[in-house]
Design a protein around this ligand. Structure first.
Ligand SMILES: Cc1cc2nc3c(=O)[nH]c(=O)nc-3n(C[C@H](O)[C@H](O)[C@H](O)COP(=O)(O)O)c2cc1C
Length: 194
């Protein structure tokens, strides 16, 4: 039996809804990939505010959609086989909930399950500046096996547009999930300066 490579894409209410939307857009045509979307209430607000995207626009990008209130959804169980999960963007509230194992909605429950099953969890955390609890929560999720991957621009690749900057971070998330892509340029090295 061929099992699709399932990736859970979660969008929480931090700024940067574009990272989640772009990730879904990139995953959609990939053969053998099945995206499972879960969006927090604040995530829906930011998708509308930052991107003018309504629910139907976002849901159309995913292979399957799960309501954040439905803690009985398939992705809430460890028996649901998946390659991993990306939270893009990840708010400090969602980070805190994952760090403390709260499982207070389907998004944080799915992240908890991914961690307990020792699967890959990539968290595109977004806040600035950071206070000590933000930092401690990042340490806690890292100790639990998650990868904290803030969506920061790589100016050394000389991005020409906001799209380039977004694609760079989405590309790094795909790399961390072992999903092959050619979304963004890769550093090919500089000759040693004379
Ligand atoms: C326009 C807007 C931008 C926000 N940006 C951030 C942010 O960058 N980081 C963050 O942690 N919270 C941000 N927030 C606050 C979160 O949306 C809020 O804490 C919310 O309760 C998070 O819930 P969630 O984690 O369930 O999505 C923002 C809120 C709004 C309305």
């Amino acid at each position: 039996m061929t099992v699709p490579r399932r990736i859970i894409v979660a969008i929480s209410g931090a700024s940067g809804a574009v990272y989640g939307a772009r990730l879904l857009q990139v995953l959609q045509p990939m053969p053998g990939i099945e995206s499972h979307l879960v969006v927090s209430d604040a995530g829906w607000r930011n998708l509308a505010h930052e991107l003018d995207m309504q629910r139907a626009d976002v849901e159309a990008l995913a292979h399957q959609v799960h309501d954040v209130r439905n803690v009985g959804a398939a992705i809430a169980s460890g028996s649901f086989q998946c390659a991993g999960m990306v939270i893009a963007p990840c708010s400090m509230r969602t980070l805190a909930a994952v760090a403390h194992g709260l499982s207070d909605n389907l998004l944080t429950r799915a992240a908890d399950v991914v961690l307990k099953e020792r699967r890959r969890l990539v968290m595109l955390v977004r806040e600035s500046p950071l206070h000590l609890t933000h930092l401690r929560n990042m340490v806690a999720v890292t100790e639990m096996g998650a990868i904290v991957c803030p969506p920061l621009p790589a100016f050394y690749l000389r991005p020409q547009s906001v799209g380039d900057i977004v694609d760079y971070s989405v590309a790094r998330a795909l790399d961390l999930l072992d999903v092959p892509h050619d979304l963004a340029p890769r550093w090919e090295g500089l000759a040693l300066a004379p």
